[in-house]
Structures are given as C-alpha cells and as structure tokens.
Write a protein that binds this ligand. Structure first.
Ligand code: FES
Length: 153
C-alpha cells in the first residue's frame, strides 16, 4: 500500500509545469509502461533556483517527481545529484517494492537536467567531477533509460 505522503503528493503535486527558459532539461522514459518524465531547472551559481516537472505516468511516478523536485529546490548541483531513488522513496515514507522503479524516473530525469545544464555551458570538467560522464554519453546517443525490467504496469 501507498503511504499517506505518497497519496498527498499524488493528489497535490508540487512544482508541476514547464520552465520556458530552463537552463537544463532532462527527460527519461520507461519503454514498457510508457511513463515519461521531464524535469526543467533554473540554475544560478550552481544552485537549483527553480525546478518544475511534467510526468505522464502512474501515481508513484507523480508523487516521486513531486518529492524529488521539492528535495532538489535550493540545493547545490553536487548535493542534488545525491537525490537517488532511495532518498526520494524514504522521504515519501516508503514505496511498495514493485513501485520502486518509478522513483528512478525522477532521480534520473533530475540528473539529466543537471548534465544538460552543464553541457550547454561547456562545463565538461564539472560533469567529470560529479561522475556524470556515463549519463552524458547516454544522452548524446539518445538512449533512454530502461526501467522496464521492474515495471509491472
Ligand atoms: Fe510507474 Fe512504470 S513508472 S508504473
């Protein structure tokens, strides 16, 4: 069962929408269930000043996006990349095991938005420093992350 917090974030998600002049955009999809998520960030002095998301997905995908954006807002980039699916799930009071993959979408879309911001600004040294080279490679190849193996939708 879902925790009360998951219900609350699903029914009243924070930071929904699009930032038209975003500094970084990250999109991740799940080819099996078709869930798709995009995160938009505004960055100043390496701090995430604003963040919004659009999610076409299940209740857990929406609740985890909402929580991930709340956790990331106001954080430095090096802190924001530490927001893993487990951090998001824990902040929501836990997720059913078969729904853990949904929180990957939020964590990965956030990571990609950060990489996008850094590559647009030619900061490949920072991408290396944060250990995000693999993510950059996948993005340049246009690869989607495949969370399908766990997806029961
Ligand atoms: Fe939620 Fe697949 S991402 S059901």
């Amino acid at each position: 069962m879902y925790s009360e917090k998951v219900f609350e974030h699903f029914q009243n998600p924070r930071n929904v929408g699009k930032i038209e002049d975003a500094d970084g955009i990250g999109t991740v999809g799940n080819p099996v269930c078709g869930d798709l998520m995009t995160i938009y960030i505004k960055v100043k002095d390496d701090v995430i000043e604003d963040i919004k998301f659009q999610t076409f997905g299940c209740a857990a995908a929406i609740a985890t996006s909402s929580m991930a954006t709340e956790l990331a807002k106001g954080k430095r980039l090096d802190e924001a990349i530490k927001i893993t699916r487990d951090v998001v799930a824990e902040a929501l009071g836990g997720l059913p095991k078969q729904k853990m993959h949904c929180s990957n979408l939020a964590a990965d879309a956030l990571k990609r938005a950060i990489v996008d911001y850094l590559r647009k600004n030619g900061r490949f040294d920072k991408i290396r420093e944060l250990g995000l080279e693999k993510e950059l490679e996948k993005m340049e190849k246009g690869e989607e992350d495949d969370h399908g193996e766990f997806c029961e939708a």
